[in-house]
Design a protein around this ligand. Structure first.
Ligand SMILES: NC(=O)C1=CN([C@@H]2O[C@H](COP(=O)(O)OP(=O)(O)OC[C@H]3O[C@@H](n4cnc5c(N)ncnc54)[C@H](OP(=O)(O)O)[C@@H]3O)[C@@H](O)[C@H]2O)C=CC1
Ligand SMILES: CCCCCCCCCCCCCCCC(=O)[C@@H](N)CO
Length: 371
């Protein structure tokens, strides 16, 4: 407290000397703070894919496949998993083709399994050639539609495909990692485990921009992506016990096979609103995800708009940059309500008439209602 008081005293002394000093000083303090928290001075070493044993769920296509190819090209041993074996086989061929040719010991494997159950995920983790030290939970996907039209089965599919795949993979992986890579030596006098400077294991959960906000047509999916954010916060806290790092990734549109599939049932109003986002290829997203991991960001994003939503939804979650994130939150404070009111909500209300007709409902406020 004494040193804080001293600092304050010297700051106020300095600021009274000239009229321009206060803003300059404040700016200087902010820059120093930003630097202090930037990844450049981070004490933990940059995550290096070379030699890591990586498990990627949903690795047969889209983001998971692009990530597998990228990490294989940088020397990771990669196991991918998904349900459809034929897709896994051709994915493994393409990952091998991008793998580092200079490392003949590099392993690329696949496991076909449904990971929406604990048994399925445990089977996948146990089938990896060694206990994975890095796990990416990419499996997921949306079936967009209007809330009134979607069925109980649609919502249950969302819970399984999006939340339970993440939950069961994280649970199986954390159990295996905590036992295989202990941070504390198990027996007294056994210094082996503690003295090995192994990189920290990582679990990466894939959420979505829709883990920070909600949008018409995505009620089957968005709550699950919010749940994944809650899971990431819970695990970031609890897995500190085992020295396991947890991150969550929040991509906006990924131009993947899954995106083509969901567009088949996506309402026009949803397509119109989300059209503001052009999307990124799975390869671009994979690169940005790895960059976010290397910057040691807890909530990883790959575009500025998602960053606005992220900065305004942080709560007590770690910032990526203690100063810039708070400045971004001020921009979001102004920009997001304007967007919601004048873009999204306005477009949705303008769609009412058409929607009542599509649904075959009659609108009391509409004199030209059909049927
Ligand atoms: N595409 C987009 O616009 C966005 C996507 N995301 C999220 O990013 C992640 C990747 O998306 P995307 O690249 O589009 O993925 P895709 O939809 O193209 O691929 C999904 C992958 O997950 C696998 N999978 C699905 N369910 C299961 C299951 N129960 N068990 C095992 N594997 C399963 C699929 O294989 P199989 O069916 O054979 O099991 C496939 O490999 C998802 O979590 C998605 O929600 C986030 C933001 C935007
Ligand atoms: C100044 C503020 C401007 C705000 C513009 C906001 C535009 C909203 C775009 C919503 C895009 C949805 C991305 C996630 C989609 C997703 O997860 C699914 N495709 C699942 O596969």
């Amino acid at each position: 407290m004494a040193s804080l008081a001293n600092l304050w005293a010297s700051l106020t002394a300095a600021t009274t000397t000239t009229a321009t000093a206060p803003p300059l000083l404040i700016a200087l303090v902010l820059v120093i703070l930003a630097m202090a928290w930037s990844p450049f001075v981070s004490s933990s070493p940059r995550w290096n894919p070379a030699g890591r044993n990586v498990l990627i769920t949903g690795g047969s296509q889209g983001l998971g496949l692009a990530l597998a190819q990228l990490l294989a090209s940088q020397g990771s041993n990669v196991t991918i998993c998904a349900r459809t074996e034929s897709k896994l086989q051709s994915a493994v061929d393409s990952i091998r083709a991008s793998a580092k040719t200079s490392a003949p010991s590099q392993r690329i494997d696949y496991v076909a399994a449904d990971i929406s159950t604990f048994a399925g995920a445990q089977h996948v983790v146990a089938s990896c050639p060694v206990v994975p030290d890095t796990v990416f939970c990419c499996a997921g996907g949306a079936k967009p539609g209007f809330f009134l039209s979607q069925t109980e089965a649609d919502f249950q599919a969302g819970i399984k495909t999006d939340y339970l795949t993440c939950l069961s993979t994280a649970h199986a992986a954390a159990n295996a990692m905590a036992r295989a890579y202990p941070v504390v030596a198990s027996g007294s006098g056994d210094k082996a485990a503690a003295s090995t400077p192994a990189p920290r294991p990582k679990i990466v959960l894939v959420s979505s921009m829709l883990g920070f906000m909600g949008l018409v047509g995505y009620s089957q999916y968005t709550p699950m992506k919010h749940a994944i954010r809650g899971l990431a916060e819970s695990l970031r806290s609890e897995l500190l016990l085992y020295g396991i790092d947890v991150h969550a990734y929040f991509p906006a549109t990924i131009l993947s096979p899954g995106f083509d599939e969901e567009n088949k049932t996506k309402p026009k109003i949803t397509r119109d609103i989300e059209g503001a986002d052009e999307g990124l290829t799975p390869e671009q997203c994979a690169k940005k995800l790895v960059r976010g991991l290397q910057a040691n960001n807890f909530f990883i994003t790959s575009d500025t708009v998602t960053d606005l939503f992220r900065s305004s939804a942080l709560g007590s979650a770690p910032t990526n940059n203690v100063v810039l994130d708070r400045i971004m939150a001020v921009v979001a404070w102004i920009a997001l309500p304007i967007w919601r009111h004048f873009e999204a909500d306005k477009a949705i209300k303008a769609h009412r008439q058409q929607h009542y007709e599509d649904l075959g409902l009659s609108s009391s406020s509409s004199s030209s209602s059909s049927s």
